[in-house]
Design a protein around this ligand. Structure first.
Ligand SMILES: C[S@@+](CC[C@H](N)C(=O)[O-])C[C@H]1O[C@@H](n2cnc3c(N)ncnc32)[C@H](O)[C@@H]1O
Length: 228
């Protein structure tokens, strides 16, 4: 069953169904809570090990650092690394299966793939005072049920770590409400800036397998770029 899941995901796509018809009414309350509390959940052992394994390389690298969080099979990590040869690009995903997908071209020398929980990896990176030049979040799981709000990255307790890592944050999603909430959350966290809104876009080339699948299924794609 599991072996066919990736193949099925690349073959068909349904529009997102949600019982929300706009931004979640509790978004501001939850975000403000996270911005004012310290996330204390213990770090998963495997993520601590993955962080320790790459830490030296990152800290010896004087070039810009880019994260591609929830990178799936790492196709986008490859694109980003090729487009930014001066940077070290780390693709992070919790799925060993996705990360193990092979491509005909070798992973660029300036790219790394790490199997880890993003929330924990971000916290460890924040504690180590890593600073990013860019942070990509391409098609994260939308968690579209209203009850799943706290699983979306902008309403997750690790959100302050995402911001603390700095850099320009780029989100891509096929769910407008996710993009609207993502922009709105940033405005709550970093007030006194011009209003930010998601933008509809048409990909020129496909950075990720999900981008390809959604676009070829006729779905709208949105991006938000947040400058810190
Ligand atoms: C919808 S897929 C998108 C993958 C890729 N960015 C793409 O567009 O093809 C979402 C990815 O997020 C990963 N993911 C979800 N939650 C995660 C977490 N807490 N930490 C790390 N990866 C996570 C999943 O394993 C999955 O590969």
């Amino acid at each position: 069953m599991k072996a066919t899941k990736l193949a099925l995901e690349t073959a068909r796509s349904r529009c997102i169904q949600s019982n929300q018809d706009g931004m979640h009414p509790k978004l501001e309350t939850i975000v403000n809570k996270h911005l004012n509390t310290h996330y204390q959940r213990p770090i998963a052992n495997h993520t601590q090990q993955a962080f320790d394994a790459i830490r030296k390389q990152v800290e010896q690298h004087t070039a810009p650092l880019i994260f591609d969080s929830c990178c799936g099979t790492g196709l986008s990590t490859r694109h980003i690394a090729q487009n930014h040869p001066e940077a070290l690009v780390i693709g992070i995903d919790r799925s060993a299966k996705r990360l193990s997908k092979t491509y005909s071209e070798a992973l660029p020398d300036n790219a790394r793939l790490v199997q880890a929980e993003c929330a924990d990896f971000w916290r460890l990176a924040q504690q180590a005072q890593w600073k990013l030049s860019q942070h990509f979040l391409l098609y994260p799981n939308p968690y579209p049920k209203s009850s799943q709000l706290k699983r979306r990255w902008h309403a997750h307790p690790s959100y302050p770590s995402l911001l603390a890592l700095g850099g320009t944050i780029e989100l891509r999603t096929n769910w407008l409400i996710y993009a609207q909430e993502f922009c709105h959350t940033f405005q709550i966290a970093v007030p006194k800036q011009p209003k930010i809104s998601p933008e509809l876009f048409t990909p020129k080339d496909y950075w990720t397998l999900f981008e390809k699948k959604y676009h070829q299924s006729g779905q709208n794609l949105y991006f938000c770029r947040l400058y810190q």
